[in-house]
Every structure is written in C-alpha cells, then in structure tokens.
Design a protein. Structure first.
Length: 233
C-alpha cells in the first residue's frame, strides 16, 4: 500500500466521518487544498441508475455560473461564413479537412470539438479517435449546431459535460481552490440541481447514493446534498 504524504495525512485529520452540508463541505475542502498549485475541486456523485440500460444513462452539459477556472481550447469544424463566425466568437482552431489530417497524425491539443451539422460527415472520419476521448461533437450536448457563437461562448464561460460511467458515477470539476466559497458553492449547487432535474423516470429507490467533493491532492469530503447551509437542521 502506498504511503500517504504528510500533507495528505494532515488534511485527512480535518475530515470527520460524517455527511457535511454543501456549505460546510465546500469550506472544508478548501482547507484541505494545501498543494503549491491551484488545485481543482471535483465532485464525484454515485447515482442510483443502471447505465447498461439506455433509458437510465445520465448525460448532458451545463454552464457553471463561475466557470471551472480553466480556459478550454475549442476546435471548430466549419466552412464558409461559419469560419468567420467561429473565429469571431473566440474559437482556438477552425477548419475542415486539414484538421482531420492533423488529428489522424496524432495531434490532439484541444479540449472540446464543435461542428456545424453539414460538417459531421467530415468529423465522422475521426469517430474512432475522438469518441474514446469524449471529444466527438454531439447535438445533445450543444456541440453540433449552427449557432457557433452561443456554443463557443458557453464553453469559454465554463460549460462542462457530465456522463455516468459504467458504475453509475459522475466526476466533474466545479472550480479551483482559489475560488471563494460562495462561488464554489453556487457551482456545486447548480450541478446538483441539474442532476436532479435529469433523473431518469425509470430510476427507482435512492437517486443520489453518495456525493463527495475533493481537491486534486486532498481527501474526499462526503456531502448531504439536501442540506445547503452550514446550520444544523
């Protein structure tokens, strides 16, 4: 078993074996972020769904009110006037077949792929490369669209994608340790509210089985999502 570092052990001492309110958890996780870099705060949520059934898969996208603290590089597949629109909206890379060739050659220096519907035939050639990386444009996520300005602005503003893994878990960033507690809390609450809204009708029993937030190098803090304040019920 790997030996735990001193900073991790010190942080672990701050965390009690209990469920914290969302506000308490956010305050505590900031205290456990003691690394020399600005740690990402991540939420890990185990949902009471069975993703092997299509009608119980939870997937979508949302815009965090205060972003993630990371600026994403956006690649847009477009042609004609849409090239100018994408560039004006702040896309990092815009083009067509030339990027297919680059990606097939191993280039992957971008975080999100957006495409207009008429370019999906071109993008489809990259399915085996982009698909496993979660980079394939998807109309359900707003990344296959004619409104490139809206899509790019949302991504740059802090749009994140969420998707259950095979075990029904969702892992997403909700900000940085340098964020003040109020901003982290609002981001976190928007995530929780969104997941509740998209609960599959076929999901039975407890939906949010466990909710945990943690800093990159810190221990997990278990959360009672129904308690939003630090005050006792």
């Amino acid at each position: 078993m790997a030996k735990l570092g001193k900073k991790y052990q010190d942080a672990l001492k701050l965390v009690e074996d209990k469920l914290y309110s969302t506000a308490e958890a956010v305050d505590l996780v900031k205290k456990t972020a003691t690394a020399k870099f600005d740690e990402t705060i991540e939420a890990s949520i185990h949902l009471g769904v069975d993703p092997k059934y299509a009608d119980q898969q939870v997937r979508g996208a949302l815009v965090l009110p205060h972003g993630t603290g990371k600026t994403k590089k956006v690649l847009v597949f477009a042609k004609g006037d849409k090239v100018n629109e994408a560039e004006a909206a702040g896309a990092d890379f815009v083009g067509s077949d030339e990027f297919v060739t680059k990606i097939q050659g191993g280039w992957c220096d971008f975080d999100v792929t957006v495409a207009t519907p008429d370019m999906m035939g071109v993008v489809g050639r990259l399915g085996k490369i982009l698909g496993p990386r979660g980079l394939m444009p998807n109309p359900k996520l707003g990344t296959v669209t004619m409104d490139l300005t809206k899509a790019i602005n949302e991504i740059k503003a802090g749009k994140i994608e969420y998707r259950t893994d095979k075990a029904g878990n969702i892992h997403v960033p909700i900000g940085k340790a340098s964020f003040d507690s109020a901003k982290l809390l609002e981001n976190f609450q928007v995530l929780l509210d969104t997941l509740i809204k998209v609960k599959p009708a076929t999901s039975k029993g407890q939906y949010m089985k466990s909710v945990t937030i943690s800093a990159t190098m810190g221990p997990g803090v278990h959360v009672n999502p129904s308690v939003k304040t630090s005050k006792a019920e």
